[in-house]
Design a protein around this ligand. Sequence first.
Ligand code: TYM
Length: 332
Amino acid sequence: RPRVLSGIQPTAGSFHLGNYLGAVRQWVALQETHDAFYMVVDLHAITVPQDPAELRANTRLAAAQLLAAGLDPERCTLFVQSHVPEHAQLGWVMNCLTGFGEASRMTQFKDKSAKQGAERATVGLFTYPILQVADILLYQADQVPVGEDQRQHIELTRDLAERFNGRFGRTFTLPAPYILKETAKIYDLQDPQIKMSKSASTPKGLINLLDEPKATAKKVKSAVTDTDTVIRFDPAGKPGVSNLLTILSTLTGTGVAELEQGYEGKGYGALKTDLAEVMVDFVTPFRARTQEFLDDPETLDSLLAKGAEKARAVAAETLAQTYDRVGFLPAK
Ligand code: TYM
């Protein structure tokens, strides 16, 4: 079985629809066909300030949501990044292989540090992509299921894997991005030119999966479309409508062309009403299942401990080989 690896940050509150459609949905499907490793990346989370108690709670919350979304610990390895110390250890080796200029060209870093101000951005934020490289290489992943915004980090991973292999002998598998075209980038409902994200300008454009279903329906109904009335998939000309069609198509499994036909002669109101209903049907059980996992933290924690144990077995082997190749003296 080919191997996949991916990660998600333990953000406050809940995952948003972009996380789910762009990544987590694929994770659920891939656990059936691939040797799958998925993690909550708490080491990455502290690249920006975190309240300790909240970070801990958000890490559990993230794991609960992943389970609610359909990850099955019998079918995949689900774990918390900090439970596997090899991530930080391989991260250091990768830091020492990365050029300063190379790291400076990472667009996510440039965006995030510009927002925070250069003085406040941490060195951890700067080396964030390099830790991600270590995450992927530790598991010798063949594919990395993510949204479009992570593509550059996977390119960096390939570059560093090739560099290491060239310098020290073949050690790492070169991973490929696994990015589905249709859902690579889900857009903000109020500003369909920008991707849906927690840092969006207005909360109205962001669908949080754990929000009150009623609030979600309201956000869908007030999504920005355009002054035309025709329901047609045309991302350049009709970004708002196209985004709604993508979401509806993915959640219902109905092709976009078929949806277009079905809405012929109908207005945006009909599309929004239908999507609002589909969204409510999706988030209602999702919320309930997440709450069930949260209500039993002992089971959740022990499930994560088992995941970490499985992950460590793989990670330790790769790290040992890497340390040997680099020339570290083995501890007797
Ligand atoms: P994160 O936590 O920001 O996002 C998790 C996943 O959601 C995807 N995503 C989207 N997809 C489509 N449309 C959107 N609007 C949208 N917003 C977010 C992201 O592309 C991502 O796949 N750096 C990563 C976490 C990470 C990781 C890794 C991923 C750490 N180590 C190793 C893969 C492999 C991140 O911050 O994702």
